[in-house]
Design a protein around this ligand. Structure first.
Ligand code: ADP
Ligand code: MG
Length: 318
């Protein structure tokens, strides 16, 4: 679907991308990862010709990208950024409808498509289609940005750190949504992140970049079990650490004053040793969870968890 052959990019004398070659298959979720400044964004933007390459070739559907008119590339390749730039004066629907309108779709087809897309990311069309971007939460705006990139059904979607500005609960929720969405739509997705956990969770294959060159391209499992060199081991050790040190609910409970509950009511029930990641998933859907500990039931709210996280960021919690 997309192939890089010995691609380099120089900004003046600075080599940002250095002799990169890889092939992305149709329907693949391909993650570009690496430290800040390693050339991820440059690599991504060369695909849809937002940045011209200096040397080498990029093929899109078996033809060099220089064979395609630039506007056609933009229509055939959806693009999602870290800070989604929705047009503030336009409604959600108008934002999503942009590319279909440019492509000349008729009104009924557009209306239908907008509602279908909103449902795909769990936004009720009747509630959200006429809202303005400033009437949405950060996570909802990001969701609209994701489906806007899908609107005209492009075969390829480029995503540049789309969830990195979100709080951990929204980020987990959107990652899960994207996994579900990809099962339905089976697009070719090129996803940039610097977060190894996110890469491991989402990627079919991961391409690790370092100072503009490719260190290794492999599946998540292979990366963990067969890192090719010390740089990769070092980079991946962060993942091991995150997994080992995964915060447990206990850590939160010890630093939070809990309210007692007579019953679990209709809340999701979690245990004291449940990984926090799982709790985030429940809290993405409910305002609170029921915690069973020492034979008693307590209520833990979303706000409690946010407060704990804020404290641990500041280093208050032990
Ligand atoms: P990443 O997305 O991995 O953080 P980028 O692709 O944005 O990395 O940048 C790769 C390198 O190229 C960095 O050293 C960056 O400073 C440099 N760079 C990026 N854009 C420009 C530009 N427009 N002009 C000059 N240097 C740039
Ligand atoms: Mg970048």
């Amino acid at each position: 679907m997309i192939e890089f052959k010995h691609v380099s990019k120089k900004y003046g004398n600075k080599i940002a991308v250095d002799d990169v070659s890889f092939k992305i298959n149709e329907g693949e979720f391909f993650v570009l990862i690496g430290p800040s400044g390693c050339g991820k964004t440059t690599t991504l933007k060369m695909i849809n010709r937002l940045i011209p390459l200096t040397e080498g070739y990029i093929y899109f559907k078996d033809s060099p990208i220089s064979d395609y008119p630039v506007y056609e590339m933009r229509w055939d390749i959806g693009y999602v950024l870290q800070q989604i730039a929705l047009f503030p004066h336009m409604s959600v629907k108008e934002n999503i409808a942009q590319v279909p309108q440019m492509k000349g779709w008729d009104k009924d087809r557009i209306d239908q498509r907008v509602d279908e897309l909103l449902k795909m990311v769990n936004l009720d069309p009747d509630t959200y289609r006429d809202r303005k971007p400033d009437e949405l939460s950060g996570g909802q705006r990001q969701r609209v940005g994701v489906v806007r990139a899908l609107a005209a059904d492009p075969p390829v979607i480029l995503m540049d750190e789309p969830f990195s500005a979100l709080d951990p609960i929204s980020r987990t929720k959107l990652q899960d949504d994207l996994i579900e969405l990809q099962k339905q739509i089976k697009k070719t997705i090129v996803f940039v992140t610097h977060d190894i956990d996110e890469a491991m969770k989402l990627g079919d294959r991961i391409c690790l970049l370092n100072e503009g060159h490719v260190e290794q391209i492999d599946t998540p499992e292979y990366f963990i079990n067969h890192p090719k060199n010390d740089f990769i081991k070092q980079f991946i050790s962060q993942y091991d650490r995150n997994v080992q040190q995964q915060l447990k609910l206990d850590d939160v409970l010890e630093n939070t004053e809990l309210k007692s509950l007579q019953s679990t009511q209709d809340l999701p029930v979690v245990q004291h040793d449940t990984p926090l990641k799982k709790v985030y998933e429940d809290l993405a859907r409910y305002n609170a969870v029921a915690v069973e500990r020492d034979g008693k039931t307590h209520m833990l709210t979303r706000e409690d968890v946010f407060n704990f996280l804020a404290d641990s960021e500041r280093g208050d919690a032990s």
